[in-house]
Design a protein around this ligand. Structure first.
Ligand code: HEC
Length: 253
């Protein structure tokens, strides 16, 4: 009986990953040429891996986001005889929020580099359109820093030194929040911490992370957080005074 139950749980956990369209986080409409070139297949897994957001691709129906060759949206790159622009359709539901993350990623340094790296026959296919470049001012994460502070001490303070209050309690090899905050790319590291080791095996974020692999259950009491709680923690992290170590820091990726 027990074994049957385990099998049932495993199947239940595997199925969502198989990706029926409605299980994806948002839909992207793409010209067929982009799909046929292999570009979409190249681009999307790199985005999904980074963000945990899964994308359903369509050629005919409208989705929350689109690539277009007819001039709608912001021009992003050119190649294969076309200028490709990108845009979001109207709406602000959860699927649009996920699509917004795709926009943010696409125009980030990593996204741009990914577009340029697409070279199926050893030759770069697309070049970026730089005229559309805008300085995007970082406006914070929009969460509640006070709540985030409490959450950080309870959820992250088990391993990380967060501040004075748990100065002696972090685990030696784990970077303090002040140290992480001093890294140029702290924002990116915090935004994706749940995808970075060792966190994926100990925490779940509702609606974002995949369920734990039943074959490898967490070895310590797992943490479960909502997206809002994570935003609160990120908002708090933004307020932390970066450690001044007086020397360049090298952190492995
Ligand atoms: C079980 C211990 C543990 C818990 C709990 C934990 N972390 Fe970590 N975290 C680590 C370790 C260990 C590292 C260093 C990993 C490395 O350098 O390879 C780390 C690294 C990080 C990094 C840097 C990641 C990178 O790749 O540069 C961030 C950001 C981070 N943690 C945020 C958090 C946040 C936010 C929480 C709470 C919601 C949290 N951590 C909870 C152990 C933990």
């Amino acid at each position: 009986m027990f074994r049957i139950l385990i099998a049932a749980i495993s199947i239940a956990c595997i199925l969502p990953g198989q990706g029926a369209a409605q299980d994806k986080d948002f839909s992207l409409k793409s010209p067929k040429a982009l799909i046929d070139s292999g570009f979409i297949k190249f681009l999307l897994p790199r985005f999904s891996l980074k963000t945990g957001v899964l994308v359903d691709v369509k050629t005919a129906e409208n989705g929350e986001a689109y690539f277009s060759t007819s001039g709608e949206g912001e021009p992003v790159f050119q190649g294969l005889g076309n200028v490709y622009s990108f845009g979001l359709t109207e709406g602000n539901g959860p699927r649009h929020k996920k699509a917004q993350r795709f926009v943010d990623w696409l125009v980030s340094d990593v996204g741009k580099r990914t577009i340029e790296q697409f070279s199926p026959n050893g030759k770069q296919v697309f070049t970026l359109i730089t005229t559309a470049e805008k300085e995007v001012e970082f406006e914070g994460f929009g969460g509640n820093a006070a709540l985030g502070e409490t959450l950080a001490f309870t959820n992250c303070g088990r391993c990380h030194v967060i501040g004075e209050r748990n100065k002696m309690q972090g685990i030696g090899s784990t970077p303090s929040f002040a140290l992480l905050r001093s890294l140029d790319d702290w924002q990116q590291r915090f935004e994706t911490f749940y995808l970075r080791r060792p966190h994926p095996v100990i925490m779940q974020i509702d609606g974002i992370t995949e369920p734990f692999d039943p074959a490898h259950p967490p070895t310590i009491h797992p943490l479960t957080m909502t997206e809002t709680e994570v935003l609160d923690i990120l908002t708090y992290a933004h307020t932390i005074q970066p450690a001044d170590l007086g020397a360049a820091l090298v952190m492995h990726q």
